[in-house]
Design a protein around this ligand. Structure first.
Ligand code: IPE
Ligand code: IPE
Ligand code: MG
Length: 248
C-alpha cells in the first residue's frame, strides 16, 4: 500500500490569491473592489487555517511584476495594504498570528516600510499561526538577493547556505501550494521553496475562496503520495518487508 498524507494536515500552506480583478469586473465594479473583497477572504482563510491546525500560511499579495499594472491600481493596492494593516493588526495580534512581510522593501516609502516593521514587531511573540505576506515579492528576486548576500559575506554558495539566506528562512518549505483563479502557472512565486510542494489549482476566484474550498485543497493534499525522488515501495517499508519475506 502506498503511503499518502491521508491523516496529515499540511503544516505550511502557500496561496497565490488570484482572481480579484475578475471577481470585480463580473459585477461591473472597479478592480479595487475585488482587492478589498480579497482582504476579507484572507481574514476568513487565516481563521480557517488556525481552526485546522495549519502552522504557516504564506500568501502572494503583490508580485515584483505587479508594478506594471495601471498606476491607479498600483496606488489603490498600496493604500489598501496600509488601511488593512491599521485595521487587522490588532485582531491578528490578539489571535496569536505572527506576521511577516516577505519581499523587496527598497521600493517602498519610508512610512510604508515603518508600518510593515511595526506590524511585525507587534506580533513577533505570537505562536499560533505564522502568516507570511509576500509583498513586492518574486521568487527570482529572492534567489538573487540571497546569492548577493552570500557573495558580500564571502560565503560559499551551497544549497544549504542559500536556503538560510532566502526571505522565508524562518519557516520550512510549503507542503501545499494553492492557486485560485483558474490559471495553471506559478507567476514567480516561491520558485526555490516549492521544489517538492504539492500543487492544487482552484477555479474559484480568490474572493470566493471559502472554508469548503480550503477543505477540498486539504483533501486533495491528503490523497497525494509525496515521494521526494524515492519510489513508492521505499515509502511503504512494511509491504516491501512482506515481499522480501515471501521471496525468502
Ligand atoms: C490577484 O488578483 C491580486 C493581485 C495580483 C494583486 P488579480 O488582480 O490578478 O485578479 P485577476 O487575475 O485580474 O482576476
Ligand atoms: C500572481 O497573480 C500575483 C499575485 C496573486 C499577487 P497575477 O495575476 O499577477 O499573475 P499573472 O500575471 O496572471 O501570471
Ligand atoms: Mg491575476
Amino acid at each position: 500500500m502506498a503511503k499518502t498524507n491521508s491523516t496529515v494536515v499540511p503544516h505550511h500552506v502557500a496561496i497565490v490569491m488570484d482572481g480579484n480583478g475578475r471577481w470585480a469586473t463580473r459585477r461591473f465594479l472597479p478592480r479595487i473592489a475585488g482587492h478589498k473583497q480579497g482582504v476579507s477572504a484572507l481574514n476568513r482563510c487565516v481563521q480557517a487555517c488556525m481552526e485546522r491546525g495549519i502552522g504557516v500560511l504564506t500568501v502572494f499579495a503583490f508580485s515584483s511584476e505587479n508594478w506594471n499594472r495601471p498606476p491607479e491600481e498600483v496606488s489603490g493596492l498600496m493604500e489598501l495594504l496600509g488601511l488593512s494593516l491599521a485595521r487587522e493588526v490588532p485582531s491578528l495580534k490578539a489571535n496569536g498570528v505572527q506576521l511577516h512581510f516577505v519581499g523587496d522593501r527598497q521600493r517602498l516609502s519610508d512610512k510604508f516600510r515603518a508600518g510593515l516593521t511595526q506590524a511585525e514587531q507587534a506580533t513577533e511573540g505570537n505562536q499560533r499561526l505564522v502568516l507570511n505576506v509576500c509583498f513586492n515579492y518574486g521568487g527570482r528576486w529572492d534567489i538573487a538577493q540571497a546569492a548577493r548576500k552570500l557573495a558580500a559575506e564571502g560565503q560559499e554558495i551551497t544549497e544549504m547556505a542559500l536556503d538560510r539566506a532566502l526571505a522565508l528562512a524562518h519557516v520550512p518549505d510549503p507542503d501545499l501550494v494553492i492557486r485560485t483563479g483558474g490559471e495553471l502557472r506559478i507567476s514567480n512565486f516561491l520558485l526555490w521553496q516549492a521544489a517538492y510542494s504539492e500543487f492544487h489549482f482552484s477555479d474559484k476566484l480568490w474572493p470566493d475562496f471559502d472554508d469548503a474550498a480550503l477543505d477540498e485543497a486539504i483533501a486533495v493534499y491528503r490523497s497525494r503520495e509525496r515521494r521526494f525522488g524515492q519510489t513508492s515501495a521505499q515509502l511503504a517499508p512494511e509491504s516491501a518487508g512482506d515481499s522480501t519475506m515471501k521471496a525468502a
